[in-house]
Design a protein around this ligand. Structure first.
Ligand SMILES: Cc1ncc(C[n+]2csc(CCOP(=O)(O)OP(=O)(O)O)c2C)c(N)n1
Length: 420
């Protein structure tokens, strides 16, 4: 069963498998016998795509005037980032990567439009709404990406490439379904396509829009802005760290302002969005990649859901740099109460939080606090220069909102852009 569990975890749609081991079995002795091939009846994931469907997609790509690629976490899990880069370079199709797809494509690339959806870029969302062909690669059309479903990508022929057949057609009607491993699919597709040169007007329009509509916020010299803090983390680490986040506003700012250029650099709770996920996931990432810098970005609410793991960092000298973006509230809930529930604030106040510096010190972990830019630069540099775990609390503006924002129930081009 252990062999089967590893097989399931590492093939098809990869992910954790739970094995319930009874006490007598866990206490028994056995010899390890390697198993080369595991065959499970009823579990035969399709990795090789259907050739006819590939031809259909290649033809659709050649015909299209306004194509867009939507790449998701599947690209990262399948190790398809190099094939994706080659595919984009050949076809010159503008690309957007979902929250879980960040790092699957280099953020510095001229055809990258940023993230789509609820807190995505104006350019990514508008391009999806105007596209005549949307090629989804290892993405699942999550509601945070699609917004109102029956106004999503209204002009597009939809190609959906996914290893899990249950995903195809689940949320969005698909014109060209392709079941297979996204790396295989791209490698087979690359020789079938060549379209650079076509859709020049489309690319120009998108490049202009990207240039005119970057993420923006009102900076301040009096109070720290959370977006500025993420920019500081990005600049000082040159986008090379493994970043994990918890759930909330800080998660979205991290996704918007940290510039990922390599896969397996970003761990965040999509879908379930479970607060308390961020810090333990950073510890796991650090143990798996001991030579890389791992930054755990948390809100002051979620940090308190697994803060006891500071003990694990201290005992095992796990050098995670723990960032607390302290806005003194359950920020994402405050934002919804402000913008959608007309300022009727309810149970968002975190004024009773502990002193995070003292909390870290109580566990034997170095704690630092910053309330302005100079302190922030200094504290963060000290954290980077300190071997071992460090917690840095950045005390930031309480009322800051994440923009752009697509309110629930709107189509993704109906975005609140925030104050100028
Ligand atoms: C376990 C859990 N409880 C509640 C929620 C709902 N929720 C989503 S974001 C959020 C606020 C998070 O606040 P904080 O950790 O301070 O981060 P911020 O939004 O301020 O960055 C809440 C309560 C959740 N996602 N998970």
């Amino acid at each position: 069963m252990i062999h089967e569990a590893f097989h399931i975890a590492n093939t098809g749609r990869k992910g954790p498998v739970l094995i319930d081991i009874p006490k007598d079995v866990s206490a028994a002795k056995t010899l390890f016998e390697p198993v080369q091939n595991v065959h499970l009846r009823g579990y035969q994931p399709t990795v090789k795509p259907n050739r006819l469907q590939l031809d259909k997609l290649a033809a659709a790509i050649q015909e299209s005037e306004r194509p867009v690629i939507l790449a998701g976490g599947g690209v990262v899990y399948a190790g398809a980032h190099e094939a994706l880069l080659e595919f984009v370079n050949i076809t010159q199709i503008p690309i957007t990567t979902t929250l879980l797809g960040l790092g699957g494509f280099p953020s510095g690339h001229e055809l990258w439009m940023g993230m789509p959806g609820m807190h995505g870029t104006l350019t990514a969302n508008r391009s999806i709404q105007e596209a005549d062909l949307l090629i989804s690669l290892g993405a699942r059309f999550d509601d945070r990406v699609t917004g109102k479903l029956d106004g999503f990508a209204p002009h597009a022929k939809i190609a959906h490439i996914d290893i899990d057949p249950a995903e195809i057609g689940k949320n969005v009607n698909t014109d060209i379904p392709i079941v297979g491993d996204v790396k295989h699919v791209l490698e087979l597709l690359i020789p079938l396509v060549a379209r650079a040169g076509k859709a020049d007007a489309w690319r120009e329009k998108i490049a202009k829009s990207s240039q005119e509509n970057p993420f923006k916020y009102k900076d301040s010299d009096k109070v720290l802005k959370p977006q500025w803090v993420i920019e500081l983390l990005n600049e000082t680490t040159e986008g090379q760290a493994i970043v994990t986040t918890d759930v909330g506003q800080h998660q979205m700012w991290a996704a918007q302002y940290y510039k990922f250029n390599q896969p397996r650099s970003w761990i965040t709770s999509g879908g379930l969005g479970t607060m308390g996920f961020g810090f333990p996931s950073a510890i796991g990432a650090q143990m798996a990649a001991p030579d890389r810098l791992v930054i755990s970005i948390n809100g002051d609410g979620g940090m308190q859901m697994c803060a006891q793991e500071l003990a694990i960092c201290a005992i095992n000298n796990i050098p995670v740099k723990v960032v607390v973006i302290n806005n003194q509230v359950l920020g994402m809930v405050r934002q919804w109460q402000e913008l959608i529930y007309e300022n009727r604030y309810s149970f968002i106040d975190l004024a009773g939080s502990p002193d995070f510096v003292k909390l870290a010190e109580a566990y034997g972990v170095k704690g630092l606090r910053a309330t302005n830019k100079e302190e922030a630069r200094q504290a963060w540099q000290e954290a980077l220069d300190t071997p071992g775990p460090v917690l840095v609390e950045f005390v930031v503006e309480k009322g800051e909102n994440v923009y752009p924002m697509v309110p629930q129930g709107s189509t993704i081009d109906q975005m609140l852009l925030g104050e100028d």
